[in-house]
Design a protein around this ligand. Structure first.
Ligand code: NI
Length: 142
């Protein structure tokens, strides 16, 4: 793959903000603030794309539920069958006697993923749910 040269731009910031950035850069283990800023920009671009609800995204839906609650597993399966092709992999972990953790890896149109995740998270018996969105990688330079 062709190595892209870095583009430089200057940014004016309040000193307190720059100190905060440098502290976070060190705490997160980045070699320099350019790497930290690049990751922040990527994250914002992904969030922006998700909010615009266009294009293809990848993501994970994390669900915690009590498997003793009637029909919750059937309900979660039914929702996934209503959105064929969106879920590419699932992982189920039995957290304790009552609680299950399920992680669904999804890929597809942002709008469809958001709609399915909302249904899963709102399903009766789900204690906590969360959609984490990332890029499908195709439209994002390294
Ligand atoms: Ni379980």
């Amino acid at each position: 793959m062709k190595e892209e040269t870095a583009a430089r731009f200057s940014v004016s910031l309040p000193p307190v903000l720059l100190r905060g950035l440098d502290r976070m850069t060190a705490e997160k283990g980045y070699d320099n603030r350019s790497l930290a800023v690049a990751d922040m920009i990527r994250a914002e671009l992904i969030k922006h794309r998700q909010q615009r609800r266009s294009g293809e995204i990848a993501g994970t839906v994390t669900l915690v539920y009590d498997h003793h609650r009637r029909h919750v597993q059937e309900l979660l399966t039914a929702v996934q069958h209503d959105h064929p092709g969106l879920v590419v992999a699932t992982m189920h972990v039995h957290l304790d006697h009552d609680n299950c953790l399920e992680v669904l890896v999804t890929r597809g149109k942002a709008k469809a993923i958001k709609r399915m995740a909302d249904q899963l998270i709102a399903a009766k018996g789900v204690k906590h749910g969360h959609l984490t969105v990332t890029s499908s990688g195709k439209d994002l330079p390294a």
